[in-house]
Write a protein that binds this ligand. Structure first.
Ligand code: SAM
Length: 287
């Protein structure tokens, strides 16, 4: 089968099937062999690995994954792509294609069935319109994971790596860093895709922490605090948290906890580190 990373081969298969790109599915297909090689290298895939690919498109990256991995499970929402994948992936016996919306799929059960509950690797050139729900869904649902290596919008990749006190630091940075170590491994310009996206892209590897990096008693409570403080970014943390209807916290309770942490009552959420959010959650949640 021809390498679809070569633009001419992609164009030929798209024409053969009269394929129409669906904007609503975030379809931008990779046409650059060196980017594909870098993604596979960054994901550190071996023949021992079971890889979940989200959105295989016409199977460009799937071909590379099938060569490198023991097993590949590829989940594609667009049924118009299924006959194309049947042709482009025909030579590979270690690939299963599932026609489904990944957000509605029980990935944990899939990992159990395909890999006996051992950690899987996720590799994807993600549809950008659902980047955050896909990543958070994977982390929060308790799917056994080694790493997630994904192409995302460049700004989103940068946000995942940010620390306190920067403009782009937010709930996504804290969530990603609680679950994993983020490392941007490549910047990818629009001309590496067909059709060209309007934004720059980056490949980021999120290596799952074996142990959580902070000691927090109730991580759901911590993330409720994180969301409330970044929802009201311009307010002080004490106001933001005591105004939140779901948290049921009094202003005095919050300022007392901040004082215990050596922080002023006027502190803003965007200056707190993950460790400080964990500490605050432990103080407010009680024993
Ligand atoms: N992997 C291919 C490549 O690199 O050329 C295609 C990447 S394209 C950016 C994103 C792919 O995800 C498309 O094939 C799109 O149809 C698929 N997709 C979009 N939303 C999805 C969803 N909710 N579940 C599964 N696949 C989805």
């Amino acid at each position: 089968m021809a390498n679809l990373g070569i633009p001419q081969n992609t164009i030929e298969i798209l024409q053969k099937y009269h394929f129409n790109f669906q904007k609503k599915y975030g379809q931008n297909f990779l046409i650059d062999t060196s980017v594909l090689e870098r993604i596979i290298a960054a994901a550190q895939i071996t023949k021992e690995d079971c890889v979940l690919e989200i959105g295989p498109g016409i199977g460009t990256m799937t071909q590379y994954l099938a060569e490198a991995a023991g097993q590949v499970v590829a989940v594609e929402i667009d049924k118009a792509l299924i006959p194309i994948l049947a042709e482009t992936l025909a030579p590979y016996e270690n690939v299963t294609v599932i026609n489904a919306d990944v957000l509605k799929l029980d990935v944990r059960q899939l990992a159990e069935e395909k890999n006996g509950g051992k950690p899987i690797k996720v590799v994807a050139n993600l549809p950008y319109y659902i980047t955050t729900p896909i990543i958070m869904g994977l982390f929060e649902s308790g799917v056994p994971l080694d790493s997630i290596t994904i192409m995302v919008q460049k700004e989103v990749a940068e946000r995942m790596q940010m620390g306190p006190g920067t403009k782009d630091y937010g709930a996504l940075s804290l969530a990603v860093q609680y679950y994993a170590k983020p490392e941007i491994v490549a910047n990818v310009p629009p001309n590496c895709f067909i059709p060209r996206p309007t934004v720059g892209s980056a490949v980021i590897r999120l290596t799952r922490h074996r142990e959580p990096p902070v000691d927090v008693r109730d991580d759901h409570h911590m993330f409720a605090l994180v969301r409330a403080s970044f929802n009201q970014r311009r307010k002080t943390l004490a106001n933001g948290l005591s105004n939140d209807p779901q948290l049921h916290l009094g202003r005095e309770q919050v300022t007392a906890a901040l004082e215990k942490m050596g922080l002023p009552a006027t502190v803003r959420g965007e200056t707190l580190s993950l460790e400080q959010f964990a500490q605050l959650s432990n103080l407010l949640k009680g024993k």
